[in-house]
Design a protein around this ligand. Structure first.
Ligand SMILES: Cc1cc2nc3c(=O)[nH]c(=O)nc-3n(C[C@H](O)[C@H](O)[C@H](O)COP(=O)(O)O)c2cc1C
Length: 223
């Protein structure tokens, strides 16, 4: 069990292959109870999580998988995942990520069809037996979206403490109406992302993504 914070942070990565070993409900409840201590401006706690397992998750995977397989168009967006023109250095970082992710699967840069096939695994939660869907009220703004990000990272680190892995997925937002069929969230909520949760399939092979040199993202002022 990981209790060291550095180890939890550095051993967390987007895992995209899980075994079918069930995640005990008690563990998920413990993680989400502790994650509630995540900070938020004025303690608004703007996260709304739905934890889905068993029959409802199987049904959701079936419906979303069918949409993906039949090339069903994505749902109308409620937020933009990225700016349409991604500028430097973000554009280069995204390309480097694509090369790492798809290179590890033996998929070339130009093979869009193979990339799409790999992406379909998103809507099977990469085989995970549990998923979390995180919503935010549409009346809240960027600071509250940042709060939700902190909350999600807290969830992911606590999952590491339980020997579990995760993969946050904005991909679920493209089939948000299908997710809503299963979860029936109130109209005022926007689906930010899903998160696959489970035990890592060690045979799947997971590339470790790189990071920009510290000097690119951190400025120390005052020595
Ligand atoms: C908000 C958010 C959304 C993401 N959406 C997806 C997704 O839809 N599908 C996916 O495979 N990975 C997704 N990821 C995982 C990122 O690609 C991954 O975190 C990033 O490449 C860094 O790699 P690492 O998490 O393994 O360190 C998402 C991560 C975040 C934080």
């Amino acid at each position: 069990m990981i209790v060291d914070v550095y180890e939890a942070v550095t051993s967390r990565r987007a895992v995209r292959g899980f075994t079918d070993r069930q995640v005990p409900g008690k563990v998920l409840e413990r993680v989400l109870s502790a994650a509630a201590w995540a900070p938020s401006g004025s303690n608004l706690q703007p996260w709304n999580s739905y934890v889905v397992t068993g029959g409802p998750l199987a049904e959701l995977k079936k419906r979303a998988g069918r949409r993906a397989a039949t090339g069903d168009p994505w749902d109308e967006r409620e937020y933009e995942m990225y700016p349409s023109e991604l500028k430097s250095p973000y554009r280069e970082r995204r390309s480097a990520f694509g090369a790492e992710r798809y290179g590890a699967l033996g998929i070339s840069r130009d093979d869009l069809e193979a990339r799409q096939r790999a992406a379909v695994a998103n809507w099977d939660c990469f085989g995970a037996p549990a998923a979390l869907f995180c919503y935010i009220d549409r009346d809240l703004g960027p600071p509250q979206w940042a709060d939700v990000g902190m909350y999600l990272q807290t969830v992911m680190l606590l999952l590491r403490a339980e020997g579990l892995h995760s993969c946050t997925q904005m991909a679920w937002s493209v089939y948000r109406t299908t997710v809503a069929e299963i979860l029936s969230p109130p109209d005022e909520l926007i689906l930010f992302c899903g998160m696959s949760i489970g035990y890592e399939d060690a045979t799947a092979g997971h590339p470790r993504t790189g990071r920009a040199p510290l000097a690119e993202t951190v400025t120390f002022v005052g020595g």
